[in-house]
Design a protein around this ligand. Structure first.
Ligand SMILES: Cc1ccc(O)c(S)c1
Ligand SMILES: [Zn+2]
Length: 259
C-alpha cells in the first residue's frame, strides 16, 4: 500500500527541549507552589490587582490543536496593579486538563496537590505595540491562572463549555454572539501567588508574570467532560484532547510572593 506519512504528532513535554532549548531554562512554568516558602508581600495588597474586563470582549472559540482558545478583543479588558508595573490587556483564554474523571490536569500544583484543570487568561503589556512584540519579552505577558475543581456546575463557564462540541477539530472556530464577561471565571476571593515564569507550551518563552489565584472555582463533571469534545492528533490517530498539561518545572531559586 501507499506509504502513510502521518502528520507530525506533537511530542510530549519531555521532548520539547530538543526543539526548544529554553525548556531547560531558569524561569520555566509551571511550578509546584510550596505555600510555606511563599513570601507575603504587602506591596501586593497596598496596590491591589485591578481586573476590569468588558462583557462584550469575547469574539470566538477555536480549537488550537492544543486547547480551546477564546479569542478576545482587548479593547476595555485591562489588568494592572499587584505585581504588574504596567497595564496589560486580555488577548485570549484557554485551559489545560487531565484524563476523564482524574484529579490531575492542572499545570501549577499547590504543595503537590493537582486540580482536574487550570484556566489561563493571557494578557500582554501595553508598553509593546502588539502581542507579537510582547510575547517573548521578560515583562511581555501576564497570565492569570485559575484552578478548576470538580463540583457544582459553573453557570458562568457553561456558555463557553457548551461551545466545545462545535469546534471538534484543529482550526475549527465558532463566533461568540452573546455578551460574555470573562471576570465571571475568577474566584470571589482574589488572593493569589505570583512569580516570574514562562509559557507552558512551546515556544515556552520566559515572558510571563504569573498570577495564580489561590482559590479554585467549581465546575461540574459534565463541564470537565465537555473539554473532551475537543479532538486532537494522537500517535494512534485522532482522539479526545486530554492531558495537555506540562508538569511542574525546577524553581531555580525563584521567589514566589503571596498576597
Ligand atoms: C500565550 C500562551 C499560549 C499558550 C499557553 O498554554 C500559555 S500558558 C500562554
Ligand atoms: Zn496555558
Amino acid at each position: 500500500g501507499f506509504l502513510q506519512v502521518a502528520s507530525p504528532v506533537p511530542q510530549g513535554p519531555n521532548k520539547w527541549h530538543e526543539q526548544f532549548p529554553i525548556a531547560k531554562g531558569q524561569r520555566q512554568s509551571p511550578i509546584d507552589i510550596v505555600t510555606s516558602n511563599a513570601k507575603v508581600d504587602k506591596a501586593l495588597s497596598d496596590n491591589p490587582l485591578k481586573v476590569s474586563y468588558s462583557n462584550n470582549c469575547c469574539q470566538s472559540v477555536t480549537n488550537t490543536g492544543a486547547s480551546f482558545q477564546v479569542v478576545v478583543d482587548g479593547a476595555g479588558t485591562e489588568i494592572s496593579g499587584g505585581p504588574l508595573d504596567s497595564t496589560y490587556k486580555l488577548v485570549q483564554f484557554h485551559a489545560h486538563w487531565g484524563p476523564l474523571g482524574g484529579d490531575e490536569g492542572s499545570e501549577h500544583t499547590v504543595d503537590g496537590v493537582t486540580y482536574p484543570a487550570e484556566l489561563h487568561l493571557v494578557h500582554w503589556n501595553q508598553k509593546y505595540k502588539d502581542v507579537g512584540e510582547a510575547v517573548d519579552k521578560p515583562d511581555g505577558l501576564a497570565v492569570i491562572g485559575v484552578f478548576f475543581s470538580r463540583g457544582k456546575e459553573h453557570a458562568g463557564f457553561k456558555p463557553i463549555s457548551d461551545l466545545f462540541a462545535k469546534v471538534p477539530r484543529k482550526a475549527d472556530k465558532v463566533d461568540i454572539s452573546f455578551n460574555y464577561d470573562p471576570a465571571c471565571l475568577l474566584p470571589a476571593r482574589r488572593d493569589y501567588w505570583t512569580y516570574l515564569g514562562s509559557l507552558t507550551t512551546p515556544p515556552l518563552f520566559e515572558s510571563v508574570t504569573w498570577i495564580v489565584m489561590k482559590d479554585p472555582v467549581e465546575v461540574s463533571a459534565e463541564q470537565l467532560a465537555a473539554l473532551r469534545n475537543l479532538l486532537w492528533e494522537t500517535p494512534s490517530g485522532e482522539g479526545q484532547m486530554c492531558n495537555n498539561y506540562r508538569p511542574p518545572q525546577p524553581l531555580q531559586g525563584r521567589l514566589v510572593r503571596s498576597t
